[in-house]
Design a protein around this ligand. Structure first.
Ligand code: SAM
Length: 269
């Protein structure tokens, strides 16, 4: 089959821009692909398999195994949340308020997006932790891919528990997290492609705030003296503020996203 014939066939199902993007993602360059005389059977098979996954509703980033975050390239697979542009703003907030001497603790690192970007742009060292070993495998690869492996220590753990270790507690100055924050009852109404992402990365408990509550209540001792930066769902600011105040903390600032919706908080605990 010629490349153009294959392209036309797929474009009927996926649309021409998705087909072009898919071929470019798999072969690096769409123009070079169509310039070939014939498509090998291996190429045709690989493209058909990817097209089938897209047609079944898998996010394109999982199908091509890659995405961009803060202009850096990340590997992704269904074990990790696909990093969002909302989280780029969280990283920018941290970068503006930190220095290379700070040591971060990226709680729920997933693909490693936040940790890798902080080490890459902010030259910081830090800890990248997650409850999921499968996610940590991807995060380690992404640190390598972006040349910051030496700056990041990866730990499989539950929430802030590594901070019970006095030497880690002393070292860490910044806690940063984009925790799972979707209320459990809303998971079923998420768009189908979002439902393909790991439930453990999305499910924030009955009201979406379970992870924030643990940080400010269960781990109150461990956050003392730390600066905390977190992303939150658009409708959670008021309830999160109550949780923060109930922990006796008064030094905090909420930040809006580009649509003027409150999506981030900085806390001096
Ligand atoms: C919303 S995702 C964020 C991923 C990544 N930081 C990002 O912003 O793209 C939340 C992450 O928290 C992890 N997680 C969930 N529960 C956790 C827990 N109790 N302790 C540590 N990590 C947890 C999930 O595995 C998931 O990778």
């Amino acid at each position: 089959m010629t490349p153009r014939a294959l392209f036309r066939k797929l474009a009927q199902q996926l649309g021409s821009s998705t087909t072009k993007a898919l071929i470019a993602a798999i072969y690096g360059d769409f123009a070079r692909f169509v310039a070939q005389e014939r498509v090998t059977s291996e190429q045709a098979y690989a493209i058909h398999q990817s097209a089938l996954r897209l047609l079944r509703g898998e996010p394109v980033q999982y199908v091509v195994g890659r995405c961009e975050f803060m202009s850096l390239s990340f590997q992704v697979n269904p074990d990790v949340l696909i990093p969002r542009s909302d989280t780029e703003t969280l990283v920018e907030i941290v970068l503006e308020r930190s220095s290379p001497e700070d040591v971060y603790f990226d709680l729920g690192t997933g693909s490693g997006a936040i940790a890798v970007a902080l080490s890459y742009y902010g030259k910081m060292r830090g800890y990248a932790v997650d409850i999921s070993n499968a996610a940590l495998d991807i995060a380690r690869k992404n640190a390598q891919l972006n040349g910051v492996s030496e700056k990041i220590r990866f730990i499989q753990c539950d929430s802030l528990t590594p901070l019970w270790n006095p030497s880690i507690y002393r070292e860490v100055s910044i806690i940063v997290s984009n925790p799972p924050y979707i209320p459990t009852h809303m998971l079923k109404s998420l768009p189908p492609e979002v439902q393909r992402e790991p439930r453990i990365a999305l499910d924030g408990g009955p009201d979406g705030l379970a992870h924030y509550r643990r940080i400010f209540q269960e781990f109150r001792e461990l956050i003392r003296g730390k600066r905390i930066y977190m992303e939150l769902a658009p409708y959670e600011a008021k309830s999160l503020e109550k949780i923060i105040r109930n922990a006796g903390v008064r030094d905090y600032t909420f930040f809006e996203d580009l649509d003027s919706i409150v999506r981030y908080v900085e806390v001096q605990a």
